[in-house]
Design a protein around this ligand. Structure first.
Ligand SMILES: NC(=O)c1ccc[n+]([C@@H]2O[C@H](COP(=O)([O-])OP(=O)(O)OC[C@H]3O[C@@H](n4cnc5c(N)ncnc54)[C@H](OP(=O)(O)O)[C@@H]3O)[C@@H](O)[C@H]2O)c1
Length: 334
């Protein structure tokens, strides 16, 4: 019987010296925004169940519910701060209209802005909401075309010297952005979308980041739930759930994914695992993918995803799943 704390796959975050579980808990859905709302008590249980099952990496952001996800994470980790590698973000702002207009929410416009003044303001807001005095991994959420990366990096390196953050990451980057970060300071990780349905990172980023010892935190590793092994035709989405009008969740895509899942099923059976767990394990065994962030809305999903960090697929199994994905996921909508 595997021990979920002892056998949990852990990896280093870049060259920061920080070790974290390879499966990370993502908290976008916990923030409610774009996911049809949230439930605080259920979300706190999800975070705590993840930690109890060996997940140490928790990823959040101010943007997830305009502070809601960070508040919830802060409450959930009270008394457990030492067990967690806490990652949060900056650069999507609603306290100022500097930078580059990105989108509007009910609370007003959101800008991409990574100027020094905003970063210094934002870090204090996040520290307060998270109820901590240090953020282990601080990430620029989206890139701001109006501020030179060298200025952003100077602010982040200063925060590191001041002991407010311990490592630096960048998200939604181009390879040119990554090079600019590397030239200006110590970039420990990028956070980018990667899953069986979206693999362009293998061409765009993986060679560059491997060469520079930069970790990859894959986001939407379950393709927003499409790859969870349970996305039947009957599933509907409520309220502002982004999946409502997303072509990724078309009936034709669900059928293609169902055919892929038929091929994943025997591998899952062989490991006494679920299909979602095999999808996560496969992601973590792709070259250059260091951490896999998986959203979980409740205790059940949190425990299931955490336990994926105990699975080691054979090379043959990884190859067979890759072939099945290439066969069934071609011409996917979106
Ligand atoms: N840097 C960025 O710009 C960025 C962007 C996106 C995400 N992220 C980060 O990456 C994290 C993960 O990505 P994500 O949340 O977008 O998508 P995801 O992990 O691919 O999907 C999460 C959703 O899948 C469903 N799910 C979770 N576990 C499941 C399981 N075991 N079986 C079946 N369904 C399951 C849940 O939705 P239902 O139960 O409602 O189906 C859950 O909300 C985020 O939470 C966030 O921390 C970062």
């Amino acid at each position: 019987m595997l021990d979920h704390t002892k056998d949990q796959l852990t990896r280093e975050l870049g060259t920061s010296g920080i070790q974290a579980s390879a499966v990370g808990l993502g908290t976008w859905a916990i923030g409610g925004w774009m996911w049809g709302g949230t439930d605080e008590a259920r979300s706190i249980k999800a975070v705590q169940a993840s930690i109890d099952h060996g997940v140490t990496l928790i990823d959040t952001a101010p943007m997830y519910g305009s502070g809601v996800a960070e508040d919830i994470v802060g409450k959930a980790i009270k008394g457990r701060r030492d067990k967690v590698v806490l990652a949060t973000k900056c650069g999507l702002v609603w306290h100022t209209q500097k930078g580059n207009h990105f989108f509007d929410t009910d609370d007003g416009p959101v800008h991409r802005y990574l100027g020094k003044d905003a970063i210094i303001y934002e870090v204090e807001q996040s520290l307060r909401r998270l109820g901590t005095d240090v953020i282990d991994h601080y990430i620029t959420h989206w890139q701001d075309p109006t501020t030179p990366i060298a200025e952003t990096m100077e602010a982040l390196e200063q925060l590191k010297k001041d002991g407010k953050i311990r490592s630096i990451g960048a998200s939604n980057t181009s390879p040119e952005d990554v090079k600019a970060y590397l030239a200006a300071g110590q970039l420990d990780a990028v956070q980018e979308e990667y899953s069986m349905v979206k693999r362009d990172l293998e061409q765009t980023h993986i060679p560059l980041v491997r060469e520079n010892n930069v970790s990859v935190l894959s986001y939407s590793s379950l393709a927003l739930g499409l790859l969870g092994g349970r996305m039947g035709p009957e599933r509907t989405f409520e309220g502002d759930d982004q999946r409502r009008d997303n072509p990724r969740f078309s009936m034709s895509n669900r059928e293609k994914v169902a055919r892929l899942m038929e091929q994943i099923a025997p591998v899952a059976d062989a490991h006494g695992a679920t299909k979602a767990q095999i999808v996560i394990a496969w992601t973590l065994q792709q070259p250059g993918i260091t951490f896999s962030l998986c959203g979980a809305r409740d205790e059940g999903q949190a425990v299931e995803n955490a336990k994926a960090g105990l699975i080691r697929l054979s090379e043959d199994e990884v190859r067979a799943i890759s072939t099945a994905a290439a066969t069934h996921l071609t011409d996917l909508d979106a």
